[in-house]
Design a protein around this ligand. Structure first.
Ligand code: UTP
Length: 289
């Protein structure tokens, strides 16, 4: 079945980024001049997704405003002849059909995904985490959909991480069955240091079959007292085949300060309008370190 729908959970509290995230959704914090969430919605649209459900919460209204049409601003830009900005804004509201649902309490990623049950309509769907940005030639989600089209079952986006970082992620155990493909046997959420079954970490992109909702119904609160998507996926992997794909691209965890800073610097360096002045500035300050 074609992957037409994507879910972007964006209802987390963003505690690692307080106080910025007290009133501003962390997904709206900009990388250079574009909110994080816009990069993610653009990735989904460029991968052929037609409908996107964003899981939001209280304090997240700015997300809906951002992807809506802005009549007043557009009229002003047109009047003042700022047509480049006008076309930038118009593109945002035409990226995809965007729907919203509120997760009333931040009870974990698994709980957030369960809010998408009505939206999935029994179709497999994509998940892109609202604070994971991937910079790649072929959009990361398009790579994942390609794998799904071959496997016909759930595919998790993974990359190898150093030993020191396995305790930050969901880690899979499985067999390597292709150049970048694993057959998943099991997985564990944030394993204690030294106990991870592998170095292969699940990083913010998934294609999931609708049976996940039955698994989520049976999932009890796990690590941190939250309903963990990893626990439900572990259950799903016992019921049906599941694969993991080592996607090609540079992934940034922009929900962490370090990841956010790296993304900001590297995205700025890639921008033709900023590169020269900004790289000269970086060279100057690096000398003083
Ligand atoms: P994170 O764990 O990175 O987000 O969840 P968080 O909980 O906001 O982060 P901190 O630790 O408090 O800083 C990954 C994704 O899942 C969403 C988040 O918005 C993020 O995009 N999420 C998480 C939800 O939608 N609901 C939740 O209950 C938890």
């Amino acid at each position: 079945m074609k992957i037409r729908k994507a879910v972007i959970p964006a209802a987390g509290l963003g505690t690692r980024f307080l106080p910025a995230t007290k009133a501003i959704p962390k997904e709206m914090v900009p990388i250079v001049d574009q909110p994080t969430l816009q990069y993610i919605v653009e990735e989904a649209a460029a991968s052929g997704i037609e409908d996107i459900l964003i899981i939001t919460g209280r304090t997240k209204r700015a997300i809906e405003d951002h992807f809506d049409k802005s009549y007043e601003l557009e009229t002003e830009l047109e009047k003042s002849g700022k047509l480049d900005y006008l076309s930038t804004l118009q593109k945002i509201s035409n990226l995809a059909n965007i729907h919203y649902v509120r997760q009333k309490e931040a009870k974990g990623l698994g709980h957030a995904i369960y809010c998408a049950k009505f939206f999935s309509e029994n179709e497999p769907f994509a998940v892109l985490l609202g604070d994971d940005v991937v910079d790649s030639e072929t959009p990361c989600l398009a790579q994942m959909i390609d794998q799904y089209n071959n496997c016909g079952t759930s595919v998790l986006g993974v990359q190898t991480v150093p030993d020191s970082e396995t305790s930050k992620y969901g880690i899979i155990s499985g067999d390597k069955v292709g150049d970048r493909l694993y057959r998943v046997h099991d997985m564990v959420e944030k394993p204690a240091p030294g106990t991870a079954p592998s170095n292969v970490a699940v990083l913010g992109r998934y294609i999931i079959t609708p049976d996940i909702f039955r698994c989520l119904e049976e999932t009890t609160p796990g690590a941190g007292g939250e309903i963990q998507l990893t626990d439900a996926l572990k259950m799903l992997a016992q019921k049906e085949d599941m694969y993991a794909y080592d996607f090609i691209g540079r992934r940034y965890d922009v929900g962490s300060k370090q990841g956010y800073l790296e993304a900001t610097v590297e995205f700025a360096l890639k921008r033709p309008d900023l590169n020269q002045e900004f790289s000269n500035y970086l060279k100057r300050i690096v000398k003083t370190l």
